[in-house]
Design a protein around this ligand. Structure first.
Ligand code: CP
Ligand code: NVA
Length: 309
């Protein structure tokens, strides 16, 4: 049984295997409609329970499609609909019940501890669908998208992140170590990645490159990633933070400092960190990026269920 909680815990060769499988499966689906099942229905009879403590559009729909296309089924819950969420049942007992009825558990939460507690008590795989320090399914899918568009291994590309230090960036940093790519991070000094993740990078003898000047950060970039400056449940003075990020707003002018064919990616939902003419411009691939989550998450599910070819 394999869990999918943080990219840092998964061997690079397994991450590569997931991407390779997703590539094959995506190709094979070219002529199939949304709910047609992949040949062989590899997850026939399996049920994924997905539970959300926070809002989600893409993650919930893409996981639903992913398990359906593999021949299985999904049950989507809000934790406040369960005794757990009302304070009337423990994680340990809830995990036992989930393991009794379901075959896999995808969980979006505001607590990394809860993910680990569930892992402790579950007898089925757990997939992290976003926690305070990790959004691994998003970022693995983003690596897939970058390689699909650029037609090159990501290790040969210069990747830039403009924005806050958050769960998506932490997973992107982990990906930069696992896939060996150059990662420039552009943000105000106060919002640089935390010591814990920087120490982990160092421990792995790798480097990330920090810039407090957005033009310098994007120089020669092949890909610019961004995310909302204010994450869900970010408990800050929102107006103040947005002001602090003002010069990091992604405009055409800033894109002009990167490579000519630099692409723009964003996990969505978006805030005001990027202007429409970039987000909806010809170098933006955000919709393809969102769609690819279905394809990559299918291979993540197969990995967790021990069925990756
Ligand atoms: N990118 C992403 O995870 O989107 P949702 O919050 O809509 O799931
Ligand atoms: N960093 C964002 C990602 C949303 C998909 C958040 O946590 O809200």
């Amino acid at each position: 049984m394999k869990h999918f909680i943080n990219l840092r815990d998964i061997p690079s060769k397994d991450l590569r295997k997931i991407i390779a499988d997703a590539k094959k499966r995506k190709k094979l689906r070219e002529k199939l409609s949304t709910l047609e099942v992949d040949k062989g229905a590899p997850l026939k009879g399996k049920m994924l329970v997905q539970m959300f403590e926070k809002p989600s559009s893409r993650t919930r729909i893409s996981f639903y499609l992913a398990i359906k296309q593999l021949g299985g089924s999904a049950l989507t819950l809000r934790s406040n609909e369960l005794h757990l969420g009302q304070g009337g049942e423990s994680i340990a007992d809830t995990a036992k019940i989930l393991s009794t009825y379901g075959d896999g558990f995808m969980f979006r939460t505001d607590s990394d501890k809860k993910v680990n507690d569930f892992k402790k008590y579950l007898n089925i795989p757990i997939i992290n669908g976003l926690s305070p320090s990790s959004h691994p399914t998003q970022v693995l899918s983003d690596v897939f998208t970058v390689e699909e568009i650029k037609k090159k291994p990501i290790s040969k590309l210069k990747i830039c992140w403009i924005g806050d230090s958050n769960n998506v960036l932490d997973s992107l940093i982990e990906a930069s170590v696992k896939f060996s790519f150059r990662l420039n991070i552009g943000c105000p000094k106060k919002f640089e990645p935390k010591k814990k993740i920087r120490d982990w990078v160092k421990k792995n003898n790798k480097k990330i490159f920090l810039y407090n000047n957005p033009e310098k950060a994007v120089e020669e970039a092949d890909v610019i990633f961004s995310d909302k400056v204010i994450s869900m449940n970010d408990k800050v003075d929102k107006k103040r933070k947005i002001k602090q990020f003002k010069k990091f707003k992604i405009k055409k002018e800033l894109m002009g400092h990167a490579k000519k064919n630099c692409i723009f990616l964003h996990c969505l939902p978006r805030g005001n960190e990027v202007e429409d003419d970039v987000f909806l411009g010809e170098n933006s691939y955000v919709w393809q990026q969102a769609l690819n989550r279905v394809h990559v998450q299918k291979s993540i599910l197969l990995y967790c269920f021990g069925k990756l070819r």
